[in-house]
Design a protein around this ligand. Structure first.
Ligand SMILES: Cc1cc2nc3c(=O)[nH]c(=O)nc-3n(C[C@H](O)[C@H](O)[C@H](O)COP(=O)(O)OP(=O)(O)OC[C@H]3O[C@@H](n4cnc5c(N)ncnc54)[C@H](O)[C@@H]3O)c2cc1C
Ligand SMILES: *[C@@H]1O[C@H](CO)[C@@H](O)[C@H](O)[C@H]1NC(C)=O
Ligand SMILES: *[C@@H]1O[C@H](CO)[C@@H](O)[C@H](O)[C@H]1NC(C)=O
Ligand SMILES: *[C@@H]1O[C@H](CO)[C@@H](O)[C@H](O)[C@H]1NC(C)=O
Ligand SMILES: *[C@@H]1O[C@H](CO)[C@@H](O)[C@H](O)[C@H]1NC(C)=O
Length: 546
């Protein structure tokens, strides 16, 4: 094995390598695999506390601990041979080396929110292990320098909490849901209420530590700018295991203002939504107004649509009232609709936690309620014509519990070039749409009914959303867009979904993949296929996987 960059292997890894080189192995040699992992363990028990096989009583609770989409927690969902919860980076290194030698795939899990469950299940019949980073969640804040190192197993809510403990004037621009993992979110982008002011979470990453396919730990300097570019939005898990991220923290005022204003169709919801389409992305960068659309019942018990304008403003209620009077008077916002609170309290305001919860729930990693769910995404570049809205409302009313969430771009998102990070949906994108639905009925029929409704509305929306490519957000992963062919993982084969997520950046991602993982060890259903630069011109790179 070539040791580039003068990286030092810990001595145990050399032992591991020597042992492996001299031993024949088969795919079912679990014991040898475990021995391989244990080389590094100081534990003297037969099984150290960071590896859990199917025989262990903790296997199932650990596996399920962050599965929040019950669709991927059924008896037929493919399960890992073992779950490894590394306590140190060297455990991550040995997992890579040992898994590679034994022909196991690795599924990397941080917060487990992947829409398709790809962080803990695998559909191609190969044996796999789950590398669950839940124990690697240290957060170190350098408040003077306004930076923090955060390990991938932390939840975004924990980062928010500890940043706010350090200073009331510091925040971080990641997603709205506090239980999402840092590892998945930062590697796919990450947006929330600060997106118009500060861009994506990934836009604010300044360094990272990754364990690569050879088991080396590389920081930004060692990995080089191409790989560092790729991991900040390229979808995660295609390039290695990012164990920690250094992020820039951002300024937030001592108090922010929030409101949540709900209008039904009778109350002029359609017209207000139409106005928002023209204004949402052009408002002051300090003002984020997202829109949530869902069926509700009116006073008479009839089903109607409600449009909720859900907002955070980086300033006082007085300033918010002035800004709204200048830029969006039609909404008719009144002072009584608004509240002032600290930024960290606004995190709770937007979250799933019950009203009145203490901010300590963020620190305590209070889990997300589990349910069956499904999601898809779109981006809008031209306002949807007002006539079409009636139709969209009708489609929503046909379904039990759908929810459409629209989040404005513009502001900082317009200023960042399309190629700066892999996330390409920048200037000219007005807002994104997330179609989301949760349900409790565990039958396959129920799942099929809800999934087919979502496929239908997605198809119906075609004329109103971005085209060529039809853009999608990789963090709302959607396997309907296409998946890799396990026997023939090719750049061309992945083009359709690859360009939806990454547009022109897809090719550069594939070339980075070709450079750092040409044998496609970090393969999964929607991993970036490797493209070797000599084949760049023919666009015909095609590789056998594992
Ligand atoms: C309820 C809910 C709310 C959400 N809200 C938002 C939101 O407000 N804003 C937003 O932008 N997104 C949001 N998301 C989407 C979320 O950002 C993505 O699902 C994200 O990928 C989840 O990260 P995770 O670590 O929790 O997931 P995981 O399932 O652990 O990982 C997701 C993907 O990243 C890979 N990965 C995880 N950790 C690493 C690592 N350390 N190194 C390399 N690859 C890794 C996994 O293998 C998998 O492919 C939400 C999702 C849900 C379910
Ligand atoms: C196991 O290791 C621990 C710490 O390394 C040590 O204290 C303990 O005595 C050991 N137990 C046995 C049975 O060897
Ligand atoms: C509710 O719907 C029924 C049936 O369409 C209709 O007759 C009734 O007038 C509606 N009620 C209201 C308050 O709109
Ligand atoms: C679950 O869905 C099935 C099929 O759609 C239906 O027959 C059943 O009544 C549902 N169960 C509940 C509890 O709603
Ligand atoms: C692999 O897939 C690509 C693109 O889908 C296709 O052009 C090529 O012929 C395939 N190769 C093989 C060996 O099947």
């Amino acid at each position: 094995m070539e040791l580039k960059f003068g990286t030092k292997f810990p001595p145990f890894l050399l032992v591991v390598l020597m042992v492996l080189c001299s031993s024949a192995y088969s795919k079912l040699m679990d014991d040898k695999f475990l021995q391989c992992l244990y080389q590094d363990s100081s534990a003297n028990a037969t099984q150290p506390e960071f590896v859990f096989t199917q025989q262990d009583t903790s296997y199932s609770p650990i596996l399920q601990s962050t599965i929040i989409n019950l669709r991927f927690s059924t008896p037929t969902t493919p399960k890992p041979l073992a779950i490894i919860t590394p306590l140190t980076y060297s455990h991550v290194q040995s997992t890579v080396i040992c898994s590679k030698s034994f022909g196991y795939r690795i599924r990397i899990r941080s917060g487990g929110h992947d829409y398709a469950g790809l962080s803990y299940t695998s559909y191609d019949q190969s044996p796999f292990v789950v590398l669950d980073l839940k124990e690697l969640r240290k957060i170190t804040i350098q408040s003077g320098k306004k930076t923090a190192w955060v390990e991938s197993g932390a939840m975004v809510g924990e980062l928010y909490y500890w940043v706010s403990q350090e200073s009331q004037n510091l925040g971080f621009p990641a997603g709205i849901c506090p239980t999402v993992g840092i590892g998945g979110q930062l590697s796919g982008g990450g947006f929330g209420a600060l997106v118009r002011k500060y861009g994506l979470a990934a836009d604010n990453v300044v360094d990272a530590k990754i364990v690569d396919v050879n088991g080396r730990i590389l920081d930004r300097e060692l990995m080089g700018e191409d790989l560092f570019w790729a991991i900040r939005g390229g979808g995660g898990a295609s390039f290695g295991i990012v164990v920690a991220w250094k992020v820039n923290l951002v300024d937030v005022p001592e108090k922010v203002a929030v409101f949540s204003l709900s209008k039904t169709l009778d109350q002029g919801a359609s017209d207000l939504f139409d106005k928002w389409q023209y204004k949402g992305h052009k408002l002051s960068e300090d003002l984020f107004i997202r829109v949530i659309i869902q069926p509700t019942s009116d006073g008479a018990g009839n089903r109607t649509i409600q449009v909720i304008f859900n907002s955070m403003f980086l300033g006082s209620v007085d300033q918010l009232m002035e800004t709204m009077a200048d830029s969006f008077p039609e909404l008719g916002l009144q002072e009584k609709d608004c509240s002032e609170m600290s930024w960290i309290e606004s995190v709770l305001y937007f979250s799933i936690y019950p009203k009145g919860s203490s901010i300590d729930v963020l620190r305590d990693r209070q889990p997300e309620p589990r349910s069956y769910f499904n999601g898809k995404s779109d981006y809008v570049k031209e306002p949807i014509p007002e006539e079409a809205l009636e139709e969209i409302w009708k489609w929503c009313l046909e379904e039990d519990n759908p929810i459409l969430i629209m989040e404005p771009h513009g502001g900082r998102m317009d200023e960042i070039e399309e190629t700066t990070t892999p996330y390409p949906h920048r200037k000219g994108y007005l807002y994104n749409i997330q179609y989301f639905e949760k349900w409790d009925n565990e039958t396959i029929e129920a799942s099929e009914k809800h999934i087919s409704w979502m496929r239908r509305i997605y198809k119906n929306m075609t004329p109103y959303v971005s085209k060529n490519p039809r853009a999608a957000y990789v963090n709302y992963r959607d396997l309907d867009l296409g998946t890799n062919d396990v026997d023939n993982t090719s750049y061309l084969g992945a083009m359709k979904w690859g360009s939806s997520y990454f547009n022109e950046n897809f090719k550069r991602l594939a070339m980075v993949k070709g450079a750092v993982d040409p044998d496609n060890f970090f393969y999964y259903e929607q991993s970036i296929p490797p493209l070797i630069s000599s084949e760049e011109n023919s666009d015909s790179g095609s590789y056998q996987s594992l």
